[in-house]
Design a protein around this ligand. Structure first.
Ligand code: FAD
Length: 320
């Protein structure tokens, strides 16, 4: 089934989980076990990423198939279009169509490891807009199409500490509208840690006539180094109070995780208080933080969380 405006019209809050393809076979099996446990909490959908330049193509296709048909969760597959000939893109789309998957996150993609800039394959696509147009032209309405949105503008146009210029931000938004006008049904945002920036972005999108659901991408902080790496790569603004809270605990992994759960909960509370009914969790293939946040928000039942998970013990000082 195509993912509809999740929860819309029903007044309830819904959520989804994102995973990436693990590097080893054992990792893949562990992921399915974890997914199985997490799907018991009824996410609207789960999605699986596509390695840069198609580096995980076969594995992503296999995992997506198993998610849809064995885990039995509505599945969205990410698909990037640069560094990939059109035949490979069509092969991926045909495969998921055959497997009954109806949801695609259409992306440009980043350059593969070791390359600074992405390379447009001869006769291939240059940006996500090209891919959205291609999917609609070739497959009609079969697929529900999601695209990426950037509350702080795409990192390519962010220079220095001050973020994107107003002009760059406006151009980015106008381009996002073109992706939606070309047939995207849903926007999932890049991670952010300044909730006001996300809320302003939603407002700005509405002002220029983007009417589709805009789903906030929430990445719980699990680990200090990982957080710095991710926010550095995405050029994410880190509010000073977050830096101040993390600085004294950065070497204590458990404390960082607990803070990440606390922060994620507070961010989601604020977002939900503004009438947004959907949350997308970047799980990084881990269940603890994502489930703890949803539990704190009252969106999942504590009784459904496996008692064997060590973090159920009430050691979390930040728990609401
Ligand atoms: P596009 O929408 O094509 O464009 C990116 C930016 O470039 C635009 O915001 C705009 O500023 C500019 N731009 C591009 N074309 C034009 C144009 N014609 N006119 C004007 N401006 C233009 N990467 C992966 O490799 N695999 C994944 O699975 C993956 N999943 C992701 C999921 C989400 C929710 C997000 C937010 C990102 C994900 N990425 C993934 C990263 C993504 O591939 C990169 O951010 C990439 O640099 C841009 O992809 P995009 O689809 O946003 O690009």
């Amino acid at each position: 089934e195509k993912i509809r405006a999740a929860g819309e019209g029903e007044g309830r809050t819904v959520f989804s989980f994102e995973y990436f393809p693990p590097k080893t076979e054992e990792g893949v099996e562990n992921l399915f076990e974890r997914m199985d446990r997490m799907v018991a909490h009824n996410p609207t959908f789960c999605d699986i990423t596509w390695g840069a330049g198609g580096s995980t193509a076969d594995l992503t296709l296999d995992i997506a198939n198993r998610m849809q048909n064995m885990i039995c969760v509505e599945t969205m597959m990410h698909l990037t279009c640069t560094n990939m000939p059109v035949e490979k893109i069509n092969h991926a789309l045909d495969t998921i169509k055959t497997n009954g998957i109806q949801n695609v996150l259409a992306l440009r993609g980043d350059p593969p490891h070791g390359q600074d800039k992405f390379v447009q394959v001869a006769g291939g696509f240059a940006c996500a807009l090209d891919l959205v147009q291609h999917i609609r032209a070739k497959y009609g309405d079969y697929f529900g199409i999601t695209v990426a949105g950037y509350p702080e503008a795409h990192p390519d146009v962010i220079q220095g500490e001050g973020g994107a210029t107003l002009e760059a931000y406006s151009n980015d938004l106008a381009y996002l509208k073109r992706k939606v006008d070309a047939g995207a049904d849903l926007i999932i945002t890049q991670l952010f840690y300044d909730t006001d920036i996300f809320l302003k972005f939603v407002n700005d999108c509405r002002q220029i006539g983007i009417t589709c659901p805009i789903v906030p991408g929430i990445m719980p902080i699990n680990n200090y180094k990982g957080f710095l790496r991710m926010t550095g790569f995405c050029k994410t603004r880190i509010p000073p109070e977050i830096t101040a809270a993390l600085e004294p605990i950065k070497d204590n992994e458990e404390a960082v995780k607990a803070y990440g759960i606390h922060l994620g909960t507070e961010m989601c509370k604020k977002i939900l208080a503004h009438g947004i009914k959907t949350l997308h969790l970047y799980t990084l293939n881990m269940e603890k933080s994502a489930l703890a946040i949803l539990m704190n928000l009252g969106l999942i039942e504590e009784s459904k969380i496996s008692r064997s998970l060590p973090w159920r013990r009430p050691t979390n000082v930040f728990r609401a």
